[in-house]
Design a protein around this ligand. Structure first.
Ligand SMILES: [Zn+2]
Length: 363
């Protein structure tokens, strides 16, 4: 494994690239933000909003929304600063946490309309289990729905604008397909890069083609109605720490007291499935949530490497113990430990805790 000379992100992160100086493309992207004329980008956003702003009470944009600091900050700014009338599109977490529920409720009480999707749980659970077994990713189908649902809401309600948050491949290290990739979202990128395949291919003996509708990005519907999806982070200098501060300053945004696998109590705190999801990244790629969060802090200049190394050391490998039984039950497995281990990348890990082949008798 090679770690970025700046942010510590390893080269095992899918699709990340390193330059000859040993610095990753996420760090270089963050550096490039310093040269951007953000005032011009803000004017571009105003022009876009002017073009679509509703003056008859109808919704004029869709914001994919979880109640977390990022999506809530976007919705809040679009409504209060840019005078838009957003409809929030929320996909239910697989296993909602109390703090996530509280944050959603607090934010909605500020005066926002939202629609919630909790698709057929028989199918949703089946896909979670299937992709956990096959790919070590229990959230693959959920991810697809988070992508597709806001676009479906836009098509169904004929709302011409969708504001996704940030382009992850640019912001955090990955593959950039087009020059406009960090500005506008297209289905090709969602399927090819983010999901790695097309949900239309997910039918089998258990799941029928018709069951997969919640996971399909409505490409034709978007094109037909002239609906465009943008990344908000294109228009405004983006960092999770700024969104966190904004949320704390503007409403009673709550943090989680402890989260397995990280020191960070204010990011990805609304789903009990998330600690397993990030632990699987640790098992497969050798970096977990603590490193991911620390790398983003370093990239944005919010944390030094020394502090980051200590936090990663203490948290990154931590097992997702807290809601483990509930997670196992959701995935329909009595104990998912064996399955976790089966995904461990043996090239990255050394087994240290040797035990006797013939242990002592039990009694
Ligand atoms: Zn880096």
């Amino acid at each position: 494994m090679k770690y970025c000379k700046k942010c510590l992100m390893p080269n095992t992160r899918p699709r990340i690239t390193f330059d000859p100086e040993g610095v990753c493309n996420a760090c270089r992207y963050q550096e490039s933000k310093e040269k951007i004329d953000w005032a011009a980008r803000a004017r571009e956003l105003i022009t876009l909003c002017d073009l679509h702003r509703s003056n008859n009470g109808e919704y004029d944009c869709v914001v994919p929304w979880s109640g977390g600091k990022d999506s809530s900050t976007i919705a809040y700014k679009l409504k209060t600063k840019y005078g838009m009338n957003p409809l929030l599109a929320c996909v239910s977490p697989m296993l909602p946490t109390a703090v996530g529920n509280a944050n959603r409720e607090t934010f909605l009480n500020l005066g926002f309309d939202y629609v919630l999707s909790r698709p057929n749980q028989k199918v949703h659970r089946y896909l979670a289990r299937k992709f956990f077994i096959e790919r070590g990713n229990p959230k693959a189908a959920w991810d697809a729905q988070v992508n597709s649902f806001p676009a479906q809401v836009a098509v169904q309600n004929n709302i011409k604008l969708v504001f996704y948050a940030e382009h992850g491949e640019s912001e955090y290290g990955g593959e950039i397909l087009h020059k406009d990739s960090s500005k506008t979202r297209d289905a090709e990128e969602v399927y090819q890069i983010q999901l790695g395949d097309d949900p239309r291919d997910w039918s089998d003996d258990t799941v029928q083609k018709n069951d997969l509708n919640p996971y399909l990005y409505p490409v034709d519907g978007m094109l037909g109605r002239g609906i465009k999806a943008y990344y908000y982070a294109w228009f405004e200098k983006w960092h999770m720490c700024e969104n966190y501060k904004f949320a704390k300053d503007h409403w009673d945004f709550r943090e989680a007291t402890t989260v397995d696998g990280t020191w960070n109590g204010w990011d990805s705190i609304d789903d009990k499935m998330d600690p397993l999801y990030y632990h699987m990244q640790y098992v497969k790629y050798g970096f977990g949530k603590a490193l991911r969060d620390a790398a983003r802090m370093i990239q944005g200049g919010y944390m030094g490497r020394r502090k980051a190394l200590g936090l990663i050391e203490r948290n990154d490998s931590e097992f997702p113990e807290t809601d483990f039984e509930e997670v196992c039950e959701y995935l329909g497995m009595p104990d998912v430990r064996q399955m976790i281990e089966s995904h461990r990348n043996k090239d990255l890990f050394v087994k240290r805790d040797w035990v006797l082949r013939n242990p002592l008798p039990k009694g």
